[in-house]
Design a protein around this ligand. Structure first.
Ligand code: ARG
Length: 458
């Protein structure tokens, strides 16, 4: 097949160069966006009298037929034709003849690819935003169903202070809300049209860029043609935002792996989201969490690949930029799949309340509250800290817990203790007293949950 740019060449391209340079094996997925942009471009060329209206009409009809072929899987992609643009243009010429050769007037593949990717990225951004909302809703519903569960709160993976499980879950909802906001904010920067920049310097034809932008739903036009064909910021930003989503999913994954282990036993993940072992019949493995945790590194890799790609590239277009697609496609696909699987998996998770209640008795999580109790009785906090430390040591000696330690033992350490100490060390009391904004009291957590649900329109 002859190259669209073949005129200047006498010799044939080496087969290995074709293998190196082809991108249609991965950029064919841009076809729907490429065709949409070409239709708008052709219509404008016709309206502005740059090509004949009749030719524009033929081009548009031909492109629509090609779009139908692509959607039906009938399009024959050829690596020898290099990329998605040249494949579609060749198919157009084959279908409608000479009129098809006028489509590429007043544009270059450099502004064409930049435009296609922005249109694609805008759609992916919207898809990620809606998946983040779904996940937040799943977390909020899970929190709602377990509002009465008091849970060990950890620091250093050591029992620290009791919290509501709902509070813990809403911490993730907060992370995903920020992620969502990041995608929403980047959309504004994505939705700027590069088309019209042509190869790098603009075009001598009297194109109407605003008209094309309006048809394609762009909010603005790029204002520097050299920047327009060189810039890949929005892909970097998208991958950075994806990386943060993966970081958050990976932390949640790690917790689910721990919580579903025999050592913790806090949750059981539904059968549809766990797998067995080919050799150990008893196994129920948290593979979803592990795979998501594992994929996180690859998405970070996508971000680093893009940053490295643009580093040190002179203006304007360089063929290196063709390498931007695989990382951003991978990041987008991975994040969308991971978000969807998490939103589906969360409702399948059952909380093992007995195990949680048992864990709550471990690790002397009442110690801070006991010190606060002494402070309420007039003791300076630093002194109370020391007293309680010694009481904890005594509990370890006696192999008992703070709620079970007899009052005589308490009184040996300070005469400020009274029978009401047992009320102070109940998990219910400990969470109830933490009632400032953002804290774990049931009142605050319920309000936070209501706020999330309201924001999600649920
Ligand atoms: N396939 C190319 C890419 O993705 C399209 C632009 C080609 N431009 C060029 N001057 N060879 O970057």
């Amino acid at each position: 097949m002859s190259k669209l740019w073949g005129g200047r060449f006498e010799g044939k391209t080496h087969a290995l160069v074709e293998a190196l340079g082809e991108s249609v094996s991965f950029d064919a997925r841009l076809a729907p966006w490429d065709i949409t942009a070409s239709i708008a471009h052709a219509r404008m060329l016709g309206e502005c009298g740059i090509i004949a209206k009749g030719d524009a009409a033929k081009i548009i009809r031909g492109l629509k037929e090609i779009a139908a072929d692509v959607a039906a899987g009938r399009m024959q992609w050829s690596a020898a034709l290099e990329d998605v643009h040249t494949n579609i243009e060749a198919a157009l010429v084959a279908r409608i003849g000479d009129a098809g050769k006028r489509l590429h007037t007043a544009r270059s593949r450099n502004d064409q690819i930049a435009t296609d990717v922005r249109l694609w990225l805008r759609d992916q951004t919207d898809a990620v935003v809606s998946l983040l909302r779904e996940l937040r809703l799943a977390l909020a519903r899970f929190a709602e169903a377990n509002l009465d569960v008091i849970f060990p709160g950890f620091t250093h993976l050591q029992h620290a202070q009791p919290v509501l499980l709902a509070h813990h879950l809403l911490a993730y909802a907060a992370m995903f809300a920020r992620d969502q906001e990041r995608f929403t904010q980047m959309r504004r920067r994505v939705n700027v049209m590069p088309l019209g920049a042509a190869a790098l310097a603009g075009t001598p034809y009297p194109v109407d860029r605003a008209r094309v932008a309006k048809e394609l739903g762009f909010d603005a036009l790029s204002e520097n043609s050299m920047d327009a064909v060189s810039d890949r910021d929005s892909l970097v930003e998208f991958c950075a935002n994806c990386s943060l989503v993966m970081a958050h999913l990976s932390r949640l994954s790690e917790e689910l792996v721990l919580w579903s282990s025999q050592e913790f036993g806090f949750v059981e993940i539904g059968d549809a989201f766990t797998t067995g072992s080919s050799i150990m019949p008893q196994k129920k493995n948290p593979d979803v969490a592990e795979l998501v945790r594992g994929k996180t590194g690859r998405v970070y890799g996508d971000l680093v690949a893009l940053l490295t790609l643009v580093k040190g590239l002179p203006l304007t277009y360089n063929r290196d930029l063709q390498e931007d697609k695989e990382p951003v496609f991978h990041a987008s696909d991975t994040v969308q799949l991971c978000l969807a699987v998490y939103a589906a998996m969360i409702p399948s998770i059952a909380v093992r309340r007995d195990a949680v209640a048992r864990a709550l008795r471990l690790g002397f999580m009442e110690a801070t509250d006991l010190a606060d109790y002494l402070v309420r009785k007039g003791m300076p906090f630093r002194e109370a800290h020391g007293v309680v430390g010694r009481i904890v040591r005594r509990c370890i000696e006696l192999d008992t817990s703070l709620p079970e330690l007899p009052l005589e033992e308490y009184l040996r350490h300070s005469d400020a203790f009274a029978p009401d100490v047992y009320e102070a060390v109940k998990p219910e009391t400990m969470v109830r007293l933490r009632d400032t904004l953002g804290a774990t009291s049931p009142r605050r957590v319920k309000a936070a949950l209501r706020k999330v649900l309201r924001e999600l329109g649920a």
